[in-house]
Ligand binder design. Structure first.
Ligand code: THU
Length: 132
């Protein structure tokens, strides 16, 4: 699975977003080490705080399918003028399952080739952990 295909999977997932309130559709595609991909979209609710972001939908789908910590990369795609950087809550949830070297690819839906890439360590430095 190359980067373009992962970004395309995220763009496809954004089409499935349920976003009647913000009208901001986000898609995410999570790549596992064996090449499997779990997609997610944002799912809004009339009680706005219950909204689930696309990134967390994707990672929760993978966890619910029994996957654990074999995640390689995540692509995030959305329409709009600005790059769809992941929110703080999604960064924290990613850090539960992904190492600092995990790659996050970010692009606007109409310009997949102009993607940005960052490691999770860059997106969430000095993250919260409990020493074991
Ligand atoms: N959203 C995401 O899906 N991912 C993020 O990282 C930030 C925000 C969604 C939530 C909501 O449905 C819409 O974007 C506007 O905030």
């Amino acid at each position: 699975m190359n980067t373009t295909k992962l970004l395309e999977a995220a763009r496809d997932a954004a089409q499935k977003a349920y976003a009647p309130y913000s009208e901001y559709k986000v898609g995410a595609a999570l790549l596992c080490a064996d090449g499997d991909v779990f997609a997610g979209c944002n799912v809004e609710n009339v009680s706005y705080g219950l909204t689930n972001c696309a990134e967390r939908t994707a990672i929760f789908a993978a966890i619910a399918a029994g996957r654990r910590c074999d995640f390689v990369a995540l692509a995030i795609v959305a329409d709009g003028e600005s790059m769809p950087y992941p929110c703080g809550a999604c960064r924290q949830v990613l850090s539960e399952f992904c190492c600092d070297e995990f790659s996050v690819y970010i692009a606007k839906a109409d310009a997949l080739d102009d993607y940005e890439v960052a490691s999770l360590g860059e997106l969430l430095p000095r993250s919260f952990h409990i020493a074991e």
